[in-house]
Design a protein around this ligand. Sequence first.
Ligand code: ATP
Ligand code: MG
Length: 446
Amino acid sequence: MRLSRYFLPIIKETPSEAQIVSHRLMLRAGMIRQASAGIYSWLPLGCKVLRKIEAIVHDEQQAAGAIPVLMPTIQSADLWRQSGRYDDYGPEMLRINDRHDREMLYGPTNEEQITEIAAAGIRSYRDLPKTLYHIQWKFRDEVRPRFGVMRGREFLMKDAYSFDIDKAGATASYNRMFVSYLRTFERMGLKAIPMKADSGPIGGDMTHEFLILAETGESAVFLDRTIADLSFGDREIDWDDAAALQGIVDQWTNGYARTDETHDETTFHAEVPEDRRVTARGIEVGHIFYFGSKYSEPLNAKVMNPDGETVALESGSYGIGVSRLAGAIIEASHDDNGIIWPEAVAPFEVAVINLKQGDAEADAACEDLYSKLTARGFDVLYDDRDERAGSKFATCDLIGVPWKLVVGPRGLKNGVVELASRRTGEKEELAPDDAMNRLADRFGRA
Ligand code: ATP
Ligand code: MG
């Protein structure tokens, strides 16, 4: 993309309405624009980040065996009456009447909708297990929408739903999602820690929230430091090996990690030595939940088991806050100059900065880098504007491009350009081809 042709409405002043750094930076970098309270338009830069986050989520969901679907945003009130949630949900639900005065609602979640689909399409235990998911907009009329996209009213969620014949199957499905979440967040450059969540009337241990640590997080968190030090890495994973999956889940859940909702000070002190106790704040980016037959019973999603008995499907639901993640990643990765995108979700991976636009040699070198990098599959931003170098650097740092290739007449005389890292600030002078090869190695695009 040539910056001269892009739409990047950057804001110089610090927006006064934004209380936290990610909201400020998203506004300043021209990623989002508020449409009304808790409702945002995603401008080109924000839209690009959102798509990259979605792509990772799709990839990891499908790697774990989940099947993509797309359910509507508008649902019928009748369906929610069957589960009993229409009245329970309260004022967070946006209720709508159509022209025939039929009661509809803008979905805050999709358990009812997917269970109706499962009831109609799953006939026998032989059709199981199945996990279906979509990435779709939700609406919750939050009392206090705030922090930009972190607590919006309209927000993008990945929600998956598993269907199994029995509890053992449901546990395996739960564990697949658990492990898939470890991989998903790690790919985004995040350390998301699974914490024991409140299972409410369902009971049991199978519900976890995934939180990233950040001072501005809405939840207080209490954990054993050793869990924060775990990483999944690139270990091989057999998604059909239930025992191996359980082993991974155990590794992450054996130690203490809870939010204020489930925290118990006595247990915390008994289980975790003082030097390993961490008390911090966290942002919930995902939530997985086993709820058995809570929806399949009332919605009549029942099938035949191997013994010929008719049983209600065993289910769980698995959410990821896709749009919240855009803000959460910024909370976890920024400095005084702006955003520092992890490479996997960066809207642009490398910026070509022309220090002297209009200089024949500099222009030619930049054009060459721009077209070659693009051909090699990079997302390149070419700052071809007739602006001062300082202003180009400031823009590039604000919007968080991980790598800069700085091109100027003086360097070119010596046959070099400068490759600079946004994260470390390290700079290196290299021949243009070597700089491109360095990036290709780093991104695995050699
Ligand atoms: P919270 O406790 O933050 O209100 P929740 O527990 O109600 O969230 P879930 O129903 O578990 O949310 O939804 C799944 C995921 O969707 C959450 O983990 C979170 O990342 C995201 N999410 C929930 N509410 C919002 C919102 N208002 N704005 C943006 N993302 C949200
Ligand atoms: Mg939750």
